[in-house]
Ligand binder design. Structure first.
Ligand code: ADP
Ligand code: MG
Length: 446
């Protein structure tokens, strides 16, 4: 009976989104050589969707204003054209601006036709898919569509994490692809935490992997130019950045996980059928989070001021106050203001060969916050990154490295320029805050 149930709830009609340009540009060849056969063999019906060539890539420099994301730029151009009443508006609206093909496609898709959305690319494409799902009026159901990933990009942190969760020793490149293909074919679905991120003026976004400022974000972006090197781009980028190591100023605060909080288990998903009907796990997480707090202010959940920016879709962020308001008393403000890096992780791997958060599981409900304070030597930082290959950096007892399990965080950079990335993508630079939503999405882990 139970076996039947789990077999029935295994997704068998998959939409497979392939980005032919990701990584070394070999995703389609890899699909033809390995994946197509594997999926057919396992009886998985799948429809291949090749994501369209983008008009432009990466952040662009606007004279006098520094780098802009193309999304911002697109908005500005459209506003300007609308202002002067130009018929070009229509033309510009139809144009494919970098990151959006997959996002738009998922936003409009008839999801009843698909049991799972699987991407074959780097983490960037999964980020688009997730944000497309959360953008839908039916987001609550849409976000429970099982998601899968096959490593085809240069940043394959999510695929490496899924492999890590399987308990197998680390593998790279094509071996990682084969492992992920095999795991995908088993089609076992688990819950996955998503983190909602508020920036100062951009719309709220959802993150499944990481949030970075300082060293890690700089390496991620600077190493884009070594993308032909595949996953090795991060190693090269790390060495280059070490040579010009700098300190980033700002204030970091977080809401810690209470001592006895978070041990409650989410029931395994495949014992519930159909998977799309299970209750939102958020409420239980919520209550437990609040019941452990001694401060009255945290319990005043129903006061209107606690619910922040009203978003058109997606879950409510109950732990965050507006960015310009002071934080409640039970938040921890990190005393240091000089950082070499701030990194929030909710999956285990930061890259194929960087096990940055070895204890992370897809649905533990924690943001694993790491930061390295200023004053660390280059040699010590290099040592940390080398230890991270095996996930041993925390054991190295470096006094500059701090790890905390948190539910929410706020980052207020005071350095005027810098890079912040969410899931490896550049976002608006400036103050931000984030809150984890436990088990909001679904992930095929095998
Ligand atoms: P990588 O790890 O190689 O960077 P990603 O999955 O992060 O791979 O993809 C990077 C970006 O490529 C995404 O933002 C996506 O919008 C964009 N993209 C998708 N399809 C194409 C395409 N056909 N040509 C160029 N860029 C694309
Ligand atoms: Mg997690």
């Amino acid at each position: 009976d139970g076996v039947m149930m789990s077999a029935l709830s295994r997704p068998s009609r998959m939409m497979l989104l392939v980005n032919p340009q990701s990584g070394k540009g070999q995703a389609l060849t890899l699909y033809n050589n390995h994946i197509q056969h594997m999926l057919n063999e396992a009886g998985v019906t799948h429809t291949l969707v090749i994501t369209a060539a983008a008009a432009l890539r990466g952040p662009v420099a606007v004279p006098g204003q520094g780098p802009h994301s193309l999304c911002d730029l697109r908005e500005e151009v459209l506003l300007f054209l609308a202002e002067i009443n130009s018929p070009l508006v229509k033309h510009m609206e139809d144009m494919n601006w970098r990151q959006n093909h997959a996002r738009e496609l998922v936003k409009e898709a008839d999801l009843s036709q698909w049991d799972a959305l699987v991407i074959m690319s780097g983490d960037g494409l999964l980020y688009e898919v997730i944000n497309g799902l959360l953008d839908r009026p039916d987001w609550e159901e849409a976000v429970r569509t099982p998601l899968g990933i096959l490593p085809g990009g240069s940043g394959n942190a999510m695929a490496a994490s899924i492999h890590h969760y399987s308990g197998a020793p680390p593998v790279f490149s094509e071996e990682l692809l084969l492992s992920c293909g095999f795991l995908l074919c088993q089609r076992l679905v688990t819950r996955m935490d998503l983190v909602s991120v508020h920036l100062s003026s951009s719309p709220r976004l959802f993150s499944f992997l990481s949030l970075a400022w300082g060293f890690v974000a700089d390496v991620d972006i600077e190493s884009e130019k070594y993308r032909h090197a595949g996953a090795a781009r991060f190693t090269v980028g790390t060495l280059v950045r070490l040579a010009s190591l700098r300190v980033y100023r700002g204030t970091l605060s977080y809401l810690p996980v209470a001592e006895d909080d978070g041990e409650e288990d989410n029931p395994p998903l495949h014992h519930q059928a159909p998977p799309s009907r299970d209750p939102p796990c958020q409420n239980s997480f919520h209550n437990s989070c609040h019941s452990n707090n001694s401060l009255k202010v945290r319990k005043a959940e129903s006061t209107p001021s606690r619910s922040t920016t009203k978003a058109p879709s997606g879950p409510l962020d109950s732990l965050l106050l507006p960015l310009d308001q002071p934080l409640p008393g039970d938040w921890v403000v990190v005393p240091e203001e000089d950082f070499v890096l701030v990194l929030a992780m909710y999956q285990s791997n930061l890259a194929e060969d960087l096990l940055a958060s070895p204890d992370s599981t897809p649905d533990d409900g924690f943001i694993h916050l790491f930061y390295v304070t200023g004053g660390i030597s280059r040699a010590a930082l290099l040592k940390l990154f080398l230890a991270m290959e095996k996930g041993l950096h925390l054991a190295s007892s470096c006094q500059h490295l701090v790890h905390a399990k948190v539910r929410a965080l706020r980052l207020e950079p005071s350095s005027p320029k810098g890079v912040i990335t969410v899931d490896g993508e550049v976002v608006e630079y400036g103050p931000l805050q984030a809150e984890v939503h436990r088990g909001l999405a679904r992930l095929i882990t095998g």
